[in-house]
Design a protein around this ligand. Structure first.
Ligand code: GDP
Length: 299
């Protein structure tokens, strides 16, 4: 837990600092409220959350002196209120077998790493899974999945570069059925620069999987990079168009990310948040805890 707090505290220093800059024993008047709202929007929290924070403060503190601590408290409470209903710990392979999980997101977002971390966790919990190198476009992506499989002693389904990813996913699910595995974790391509082609490819994977089992894919997890700020919003929009995204994971919250965008994306699309990535290592994926996240963001 302390690592999560430290990581997020570091990552959220942008917000904490701007709140402190606006409020150091200042009277809460219209101008300071506006300044605060701007600072929160600049921290990628979104206009809605920014407005709720200022309204919350204005309600009983208007024209009174407030400290930055009180402002941070209001911020943390507002964020926790928004995100608590979206807390969604992952329990892959508990209800359906094999549970088919698609990981989507732009290249570099941390999709493959997150898939690897989840696979390792499942294995440690005694659940079996098949890793599928569904980004058949990049040799490095296929290689990375193979490495994660080896590291965790888990089977990997892969094809030659350029192979049809939908066919690969289909075969992988059939193999998982034959071998009575608990889950199938499918990596996908993420070349957003070729958006139409990418989205068509994702739609095809979804369509083909549904032929095997109309409830598949059972989950579509969107992986977002915590350092891209509000760009995460347009990424989410793009992937929601192509697949029925069922939940979010935000990575790289250990770095210089502000993390505020997670609030904006989750709120806008009402998407459950499963976990956050706080490092590159196998254990650096934490179940999402709204309260801890909100406290860390507020600084
Ligand atoms: P993909 O292209 O979406 O599959 O992204 P990768 O899984 O290859 O990740 C891109 C880079 O981000 C790699 O160098 C990962 O090690 C790194 N990465 C992934 N998750 C995290 C995280 O939570 N924190 C940090 N610091 N790095 C991460």
């Amino acid at each position: 837990f302390s690592r999560l707090a430290a990581g997020l505290r570091r990552s959220s220093s942008g917000i904490a600092e701007s709140v402190t800059a606006v409020f150091t024993k200042k009277k809460l008047d219209a101008a300071t409220l506006e300044e605060l709202e701007d600072a929160l929007i600049a921290a990628d929290l979104g206009a809605n959350t920014a407005m709720r924070v200022t309204e919350r403060l204005a309600k009983d503190r208007f024209d009174k002196e407030v400290t930055d601590e009180e402002v941070k408290e209001a911020l943390a409470e507002t964020i926790a209120e928004t995100l608590t209903p979206l807390e969604a710990p992952l329990d892959i392979g508990a209800s359906v077998k094999p549970e088919v999980v698609l990981f989507v997101g732009v290249n570099g977002s941390g999709k493959t790493t997150t898939l690897g971390k989840i696979a390792a966790r499942l294995k440690a919990e005694g659940r079996s899974c098949l890793l599928v190198a569904g980004d058949t476009f990049r040799a490095a992506a296929v290689e990375q999945i193979a490495v994660w499989g080896e590291r965790s002693g888990l089977p990997v389904e892969k094809r030659d570069l350029g192979a049809d990813s939908a066919g690969l996913a289909y075969d992988a699910v059939q193999r998982a059925r034959r071998e009575s595995l608990d889950a199938v974790l499918i990596d996908t391509a993420g070349r957003l620069q070729n958006r139409t082609e990418l989205m068509d490819e994702l739609r095809k994977i979804v369509r083909v999987l549904a032929k095997l089992d109309e409830t598949a894919p059972h989950r579509v997890i969107l992986v977002l990079d915590g350092t891209v700020g509000s760009n995460a919003l347009s990424q989410a929009e793009a992937f929601l168009e192509a697949a029925r995204v069922t939940g979010l994971i935000m990575t790289k919250l250990d770095g210089t990310a502000k993390g505020g965008a997670l609030v904006q994306v989750a709120e806008k699309f009402a998407l459950p948040i499963h976990a956050i990535g706080i490092g590159e290592g196998i254990d650096d994926l934490q179940p999402f805890n709204a309260n801890a996240f909100a406290r860390a963001i507020a600084g």
